[in-house]
Each structure stands twice: as structure tokens, then as C-alpha cells.
Design a protein around this ligand. Sequence first.
Ligand code: GDP
Length: 525
Amino acid sequence: MAYIDEVLKRRTFAIISHPDAGKTTMTEKLLYFGNVIRETGTVKGKKTGKYAASDWMEIEKQRGISVTSSVMSFPYDDFYVNILDTPGHEDFSEDTYRTLTAVDSVVMIIDSTKGVEPQTIKLFKVCRMRGIPIFTFINKLDREGKDPLELLSEIEEVLGIESYPMNWPIGMGKRFLGIYDRYNEEFVHFNGNEDEEIISFEELENGQHPTITENPVYDSSKEELLLLDEAGNEFDVERVAKGELTPVFFGSALANFGVETFFNTFLRFASPPKPRKTNLGLIPPEEETFSGYIFKIQANMNTKHRDRIAFFRVCSGKFERGMSVSITRTNKSIKLNQTQQFMASSRETVDVAYPGDIIGIYDPNVYQIGDTLTEGKENIHYQELPAFPPEIFRKVRVKNVMKAKQFRKGIEQLVQEGAIQLYKQESNEEFILGAVGQLQYEVFEYRLQAEYNVSVEFTNIGNRIPRWIGNKDVDPRLFDSRSLLVRDRHDRLAVLFENDFTYRYFQDKNKDIELIDLMESNDYK
Ligand code: GDP
């Protein structure tokens, strides 16, 4: 197969959702369609006691969760699918955000009984900023949920993205009859078992299925459909590709209803590998010189060897095992012998890979998050990964002052790896850590102990709103414990506000101080 055909069949995406919306159930269905697993109900350890291959670290085993996102790859139809897992629960971390830099599209799962939930909003924002195409699957239609029109307007209002329903549910919960597939122009009848019965619009119109058309929910759903046809958004492939319009699908992951049609339509419209930004401009996947970047490093998958795996997104060219590449940050050349690709049940050696693919590279302690590797001669750097605004802050101290040196070394290493963010309080030089998820602290504490033999003590300073200061200089006397003045590790000044109220009060009183929200600044994109 020609190089370009290999590239165009890649679909690299993440599934994002709030915990319990059905991400695992959906992922399992997709793996099942892809013949990766033979039965569903086995991927995550939390219910079955069986652990997935992605649960490497000791801490993962202890808690039965997956600390860092893993990747699952498989061929499906004419496509080659790479699903990147983004943990949703307490295991939410900066890795979750960084993973989103390595995908070309995203599937957002929304629980129809709950609507748009907080974790979804956070992840959505990151996708939106980066212009990633977003496809929505509204799940659990077999249960009595919110009104579909209400769900649509919630998506539009809370998330601020326009929507186009690709299908429309007729009834829900006990009265759920099926979905009206606007895109393929057919009705998919929900009869409670896994075989979907497909009925053409024509047959329905001709009254050949009175049990459906005479059901009272049929008429009211038809009215909603007419309304959507007249007043709803137009389907526009280009706006979908830019992440301005989200195609919406209704269904039930658990009942396996509407999942396969969703997947097929999604793969058709989801972006193939996109060009990515470097210091020398955009590099398209058609470029045949091999290059890409590391978006995550997972340490100590095997405690005996203290090995680390770097997760690498191929952006251009063909990867071949054994090839020599250079790390452009250090200009060092390295031979890529030990490489892996990730399947749901195993890690396998990978011999070739194409743009869009994610490979795991054995890291003999030479890589950093954000590193570019290339076979080419030019000194390219893929755009630096953004620093994600943390939310949870803690002061950290070493318990035994005799260990201060190891403590500093450990912190430095872990911060550089991107495990957690470090700030120094301006007034007294105390260390403050920032994380987007609680688990980052547990991993931090665990690793300092295991790898540097250092015990630490945390003082919780709660959830804070960080804002970076745009001004060159500020008067330190303006700040107090409710508005902590700190420096980040790039020596930029920032303020950690106790809450939204203190933030607004401060801004109101100090209009000349420019306070920057990383999520909204240009740096971030
Ligand atoms: P995750 O936390 O997003 O990975 O969610 P899970 O896939 O683990 O699902 C959370 C719960 O919702 C589980 O008990 C699932 O069985 C259930 N669930 C998932 N999809 C559906 C669905 O379509 N209908 C119903 N009724 N329950 C579902």
C-alpha cells in the first residue's frame, strides 16, 4: 500500500467524558467490533477483578486503576484505528490533557440522564482551543433521561459549540422505539436485543409498521425532527473538521444500540492525521521524512529495571524499527530498537508505523516530554506542549532535612517529566505544587519515596484559581494568603487566588494588573 494511503486510513482519537457516562462500555464495544476482544465486560479491572494490560505501575495495581492514558490500536474496515484512553476519575491528570494534543478527533460521551457534566467541560475546553473535531454520543437512551432538545441546547449553551443531530431518538427509557437516522435516511428499530432492525423511511411513511408509527411518542418526536430540519444547523463537513460543529448521535453503549452506525459514520468524517506546528512551520503527514514528538513519559512500568516508556506520536514519515533518529533538543542520535504498540491485552513490538500512530519507545533516561525526534537533518521542534492550569495546590516539605538534596533532585526530575507543576512562593521561597488531579500527588509522593528515598509532608492550600501576571513588575504588598504570589518554574509571576470571589475583587481593585488565564491565552494554543 502506498505511503499516503497508509496515512489517510489512520484515525487517532480519544474518548472524553465525565466518570460513569459510559466511556469504558463504549471503548469495549469498539474493541469488540475491531475483533480485539471477544467478549465485552473485561477491559477495566474495577468490576471484573481482571486488570487490563495498561495497569503497569505498582500504584495502579494497588488501586485497580490506570494512572496514565494508554493506547489501543487495531484495523477496522478500511481504517486503522488508534484510541487513546483519557482517564476520567480521580486519576485525571495533566497526562489526560497532554494526550489530547496527540489526537486528531475526539468522541465526547454524554449521559442523557445527566447532561453536560464538569469533567466533560474541562476536557472539551482543551479540544476546543486546539480546534479538534468533536463528535458527540449521547448515551443511555434506554433510560429515562433529559429531553433530547434540552440536551442539544445544553451542549450549545454550556459548551458553546453548535450541534447537528445525525440521528434522533424516538422515545426513551421504556418507551424507546429507536432512532431516526437523519444522515443515512433510515429508521433503526430498538427491539431490546442486539440485532438492530433497519426500516426505510418509505416503509414507515407507507404505514407498514403501525406498532411504531401509531405509538404516541412517534408523532411528538417527528414534530421535533421537523423543527430541527427547519430551524436547526446545517450539516457542514468543513465546520465539523474545524471543531465548530459537533455531529450528535443518540444511542446506548450498554445495549449496543446505535454504536456501530455511530462508529462507521464517525470514522468516515473524523480527521485523518493533521499537519502539526513546528518552529519551521506546519509539517503535513504527507511529508516522508520521519518525525514526531513525545507527549507522555511513563516511568517505572517495571520496578526491577526502572525503565521508562516514552509515548511518541508519529507526525510524518514511516517509522521502521531500528532506524536512527536524532533528539533535536540535545542533538543526540539514537537507534529506535525497543518500540511497542499497544493492544488492549498486550504490548507488542512494533516494526513499522505511520503518521497518526502512537508508539511506545523505551527510554534510557534521555527523553523529555515534548521532545521532537526526527530522521531529517533539519533542527525541527514540534510546538511545545502547553502547560495546563492546575487546580489543586499544596505546599510540600521534606520530612527529614538531611534529605534536602535528594528532595530537590527528585522534585526537579519529576517536574521536568511533567508529573506535577512546581511554584515558589515569592515571599518565603516555599515550594508549592500544582496539579490538575488528586492522583498526581499520590504518584508524586510514591515516586519520591520509591526512587529517591525521600518522605514528604504536604500542607493543603486547597483548590485555587491560578492567573499569570502580564506586567513586568508588581508590588508584592498587594498580595496575601488569599492571593498568593508565586513564580512558576519558568520564572513567570502568577497569583493563586483562593476562589473566584477573591480573584474578581482583586482584579477590580487592581485594574492595571494584567491577569492571564492560561486556558484562554494564546500561549496555550
Ligand atoms: P465510564 O466511567 O465513563 O468508563 O463508564 P462505564 O462504561 O464504566 O459505565 C458506567 C455505568 O453506566 C456502568 O454501570 C455501565 O454499565 C452503565 N452504562 C453504560 N452505558 C450504558 C447505557 O447505554 N445504558 C445504561 N442503562 N447504562 C449504561
